[in-house]
Design a protein. Structure first.
Length: 188
């Protein structure tokens, strides 16, 4: 065997070098492989993308104003803000809510109590925005229980934000009487 190796060692080394070159060519091939199951990613024209600004406060690691693509959801902004803290009441948050420009989002603490509406006021800042309110906050409205509050949220998730208060008539379980009862407490 030693004689055979000594006689053909040049061929053995040459074959090994050729094998290494072929291996390197296969590994560092510049052409993309034709993999049929990979999705095609289309390039997006930056000028066609629109942005909104949202202000997130409360129990997030990095509260502040964030610039996000129009149509973004709350969970995306929470992620940008570093996530929620260990004191956040995640059950009071609808992470799937679609955001709108100039929206203020408050992530509550587990010890926070939701305010009850006790007076008939028209102060814009004290009105409940039916496009952003949580289930617990909607439940504080007179004549609205947890099931109806969930229906209000489900409708806006499926159909987009409400444009008028009268859009609530499209929600199952809400009629003219309910709207007249809550009209002074809500906004869009």
């Amino acid at each position: 065997m030693k004689v055979y190796v000594k006689k053909y060692y040049r061929y053995i080394i040459g074959g090994f070098i050729v094998l290494m070159i072929i291996t390197l060519l296969v590994l560092f091939d510049d052409e993309p492989s034709q993999t049929p199951f990979l999705p095609v990613i289309e390039t997006v024209d930056e000028e066609k993308i629109s942005y909104i600004y949202v202000d997130i406060k409360g129990e997030v690691k990095n509260p502040g104003v964030y610039k996000v693509i129009t149509g973004s959801r709350l969970f995306q902004v929470v992620s940008l803000a570093g996530g929620v803290t260990s004191e956040a009441d995640e059950l009071a948050i609808n992470f799937a809510i679609q955001l709108s420009d100039q929206q203020v989002i408050y992530i509550p603490n587990i010890s926070d109590e939701f305010p009850l509406i006790t007076d008939n006021t028209n102060d814009e800042s004290s009105l409940i925005n039916i496009n952003t309110a949580s289930l617990e906050l909607l439940d504080t409205l007179p004549g609205i229980g947890p099931a109806t509050a969930q229906s209000i949220i489900n409708y806006r998730l499926e159909n987009g934000n409400y444009t008028t208060i009268e859009d609530l008539l499209n929600v199952p379980g809400i009629g003219e009487g309910t709207i007249s009862e809550i009209r002074n407490f809500i906004t869009v």
